[in-house]
Design a protein around this ligand. Structure first.
Ligand SMILES: Cc1cc2nc3c(=O)[nH]c(=O)nc-3n(C[C@H](O)[C@H](O)[C@H](O)COP(=O)(O)OP(=O)(O)OC[C@H]3O[C@@H](n4cnc5c(N)ncnc54)[C@H](O)[C@@H]3O)c2cc1C
Length: 454
């Protein structure tokens, strides 16, 4: 039997039995429930309703007013230490917040995510005192917004291959930036960008990438395009051009030439579970809508809910949402407990939650029949919001590879993966296609049927 670190590694091989144990150990505490209720209640407030309306009227606009209100309730400071005006939360609490925000509106939730897990997190963790003073309090108070600028036209999944150049200018003791960033959420409203730049050769012994905090009003910066996205209004997707943009040397975040392993990689590892939680919220919304509609729509002399094939669909959605939710909790708890290998669980949670989020809204739309395809119905918007979760912050193959490297077995991933569309109609009992332990967990812990919002 393996000993010491080897033993620990073994214990990370999330076998089905261990996973079952982890799933059944999870219970939501009273304070978790209160937090969940509180965030859910925000959806009823005027600022949120207005944010949703504004986003649908102008999907490419930066939701500044909305985010200022979000700051007032403390939700832009979740990654910021109290000494800089933040309202820090544990990873588990953050997952609950993100899930409930995405259940209200996935696009606006993504804008809130960027301000927390992708930008404030890294400034709070890797910034100098001066950088923290300059940015964090203002971010927590909703006076300043940030965007995370890693992806380039020729470097997405292959992010370590970014080419935006930062050349040292000795005379001015700073760097001159030239290049392009693509698909940057919220760049058209951000006051500062965390920019990944190429400052050295990748084989120089360091990673040759440097992170800079670049104020968006510097000379030579322009927003070249706002992508017309298929879904998720309220989180505009932008292309940024840097042309001879000078940034002082003290704008480096972390260390010169050590930006990948020192800043971007740990940030992405942390933020991944936020995306998983966004997936859980989105699929929960799809489920709420499907369930609500099944009580409304009459067919064959009864309601849809009474037709076995439809009730089986709703059950499948419930179970899958429960499994995905549990995985985000397990990953969050691992990170909270300081376990350095939490990242493999986060990749697993992102993989499963986002796969489920991509599939379940389609199934929920199907349950609505033809009217589900109308953009006047919320389910159509939820569906349009969903597939991209399998893409941003690391596509599906990337998550599989990280999870595998972290010791999660392929078999575990396969058993947790949502069933293929139509598979649920072809078996008599969904237990045949979804892992029984996970079903038991999902059914026991979440009585979601009563929570449908009609
Ligand atoms: C809505 C949205 C918001 C975003 N927000 C941000 C943001 O705020 N900041 C930011 O920096 N980026 C952001 N992105 C960029 C996003 O992270 C990238 O789109 C994503 O990482 C994929 O990169 P790519 O688009 O270049 O695709 P590519 O890397 O070109 O991938 C194309 C396909 O090839 C597959 N593939 C690539 N390499 C491999 C491999 N080695 N093995 C197997 N398959 C592979 C991919 O899985 C994918 O299916 C956002 C993207 C979207 C759509």
């Amino acid at each position: 039997m393996a000993q010491g670190p080897e033993r620990k590694r073994d214990s990370y091989e999330v076998q089905i039995a261990e996973l079952d144990a982890a799933l059944s150990a999870f219970k939501e505490t009273e304070s978790d429930k209160e937090l969940r209720e509180w965030v859910r209640g925000l959806g009823e407030q005027e600022f949120f309703k207005k944010g949703i309306e504004d986003a649908s009227l102008d999907p490419g606009a930066f939701p500044r007013e909305f985010l200022q209100e979000v700051a007032k309730v403390g939700l832009t400071g979740l990654e910021i230490s109290e000494e800089y005006g933040g309202t820090p939360m544990t990873n588990l609490e953050q997952a609950i917040v993100m899930e409930e925000l995405a259940r209200i509106h996935a696009g606006l939730a993504l804008s809130i995510l960027v301000l927390n897990s992708l930008t404030a997190y890294e400034i709070n963790r890797f910034g100098t005192e001066a950088q923290k003073e300059k940015y964090l309090r203002a971010m927590a108070e909703g006076r300043l917004f940030a965007a995370f600028a890693l992806t380039e036209p020729d470097a997405g999944t292959d992010a370590k291959n970014i080419q935006l150049k930062a050349i040292y200018d000795e005379e001015r003791n700073g760097f001159v930036l030239n290049g392009r960033k693509r698909f940057i959420t919220g760049a058209n409203g951000a006051d500062v960008f965390v920019v990944a730049t190429r400052t050295g050769a990748p084989d120089s012994g360091e990673d040759g990438i440097t992170a800079f905090l670049v104020d968006s009003d510097l000379e030579g910066i322009s927003i070249e395009k706002v992508e017309p996205k298929a879904g998720q209004p309220g989180s505009p997707l932008c292309e940024i051009l840097f042309q001879d943009t000078f940034v002082p040397a003290d704008a480096i975040l972390g260390k010169l030439n050590e930006g990948w392993y020192g800043v971007f990689d740990p940030t992405l590892k942390h933020s991944r579970n936020w995306i998983a939680a966004q997936g859980v919220g989105l699929e929960q919304r799809a489920q709420d809508l499907a369930l609500g509609y099944s009580y409304e729509r009459k067919a064959f002399g009864g309601y849809l809910k009474d037709i076995p094939v439809h009730s089986a669909t709703v059950d499948t959605l419930r179970i899958q949402a429960g499994i995905a939710r549990a995985l985000t909790r397990i990953a969050a708890q691992a990170e909270d407990s300081g376990d350095s290998r939490f990242f493999a669980l986060s990749s697993l949670s992102k993989l499963i939650a986002c796969d489920t989020a991509a599939m379940n809204p389609l199934e929920a739309m199907q349950l609505h029949g033809g009217i589900g395809y109308s953009l006047e119905m919320e389910i159509a918007k939820v569906w349009l919001a969903s597939p991209v979760l399998r893409i941003y912050e690391g596509t599906v193959p990337v998550q599989v590879s990280i999870a595998k490297k972290g010791g999660i077995k392929k078999e575990t991933m396969r058993l947790l993966t949502p069933p293929k569309l139509s598979e649920t109609y072809l078996v008599d009992d969904i237990r045949e296609i979804i892992h029984p332990g996970a079903i038991a967990f999902a059914l026991r812990e979440y009585e979601l049927a009563g929570q449908a919002e009609k």
